[in-house]
Design a protein around this ligand. Sequence first.
Ligand code: G3I
Length: 383
Amino acid sequence: MKFPSRLLPFVFLSLLGCQTQTATPPLATAIPLKEATRGHFLVGAAINAAQITGKDRAGVALIDTHFDTITPENDMKWQHIHPELGRYNFRVPDKFVEFGRSRGMWMVGHTLMWHSQTPDWVFKGEDGKDASREVLLARLTDHIRTVVGRYRGKVKGWDVVNEAIRDEDGLLRTEKPWYRILGEEGIFAAFAAAHEADPDAELYYNEYALENPVKRAGVLKLVQAIRARGLRIDGVGSQGHYGLDWPELSEIDDSIKDFAQAGFKVMYTELDVTVLPRPTNYFGAEISKVFAQAPELDSFRDGLPAEKQAELAKRYADCFAVFAKYPGAVTRVTLWGVTDRTSWLNNWPIRGRTDYPMLFDRQDRAKPAVAAVIEALQAAPQR
Ligand code: G3I
């Protein structure tokens, strides 16, 4: 069998994986994911500093082989890129942009306005109390103009606003300083500043749990209000942090239909599938402290049993089949990480667990889920 030379490293890795992991079929995984998604949507990954700077060589090899779009997992967030008033840190973000540019990848910037990973100084006035509306608005718009402006023409799409809507009532998170001080006007200002800084960039509103109808209705109202203001907004980012049996596929399907019918592109921006339970009473705990009382919280420390691996593969395939069901509606699917060894889910909501949420395992091998996804895409309608 002949393979194009650019695929040889991957074929080699696949075959290597097959010697040690008999569950991985060799032939199907010899197709890079990005070839299987062609005609459906772009496929991408969130990448971390070790990958951006090339230290994680195995991670970079997987990114090169399988993905055509990248998002920085943490390095463009306010806390990292603008840690102090007037001081920006572009070292890793510049490397991210060079990483993507040299590979011809579609780059997504993440994220310009979020209540998390934003330093406290942003929200404080000189007296230590809440900053005034004028001061906060000026900080927000200066930040956006500086960051988006620096990567104008290179970063092709921005998660402008992240997670502004509450789960329980679909209303603005007015308990967070952005919205307590600025209200919805802050969101409008963020979209306006991003568009001004790069008129060609796509602009997105990014959110989790859009399968919840109450939250989805709130987000739909918000994105329609942004558009009604005459502002540019291209799409809605649906994060897609899922479990093996939640949300229902029909809920994912409904969510795509609602946004697509309202004229928004839909992107799955942070896809992963946890195999572990999420008990609220252990939130933030270190697993070594609670394992003795509750070993079921970290049941797969020594490996994922074959039946769970198969469940994970089916879940991924089912999700991709839904994403591909409406050609043209879903334009990108980005995984939130590359391999199990670097996933944030090993440390959330409990720290130090062993989760298996990605398509590639701790030894950087394709899991059966990759072949299952490819098969699902081959059976799906194309644009
Ligand atoms: O780098 C430090 C390390 O030096 C330190 O020893 C260690 C101790 O806790 O922390 C490390 O930083 C962690 C960082 O991830 C890098 O791993 C932070 O504590 C941790 O809070 C941070 O978590 C990130 C999280 O956002 C913060 O809210 C995750 O990596 C990142 O995947 C996650 O991404 C978010 C999206 O941006 C928005 N949607 C939800 C998604 C998941 O929470």
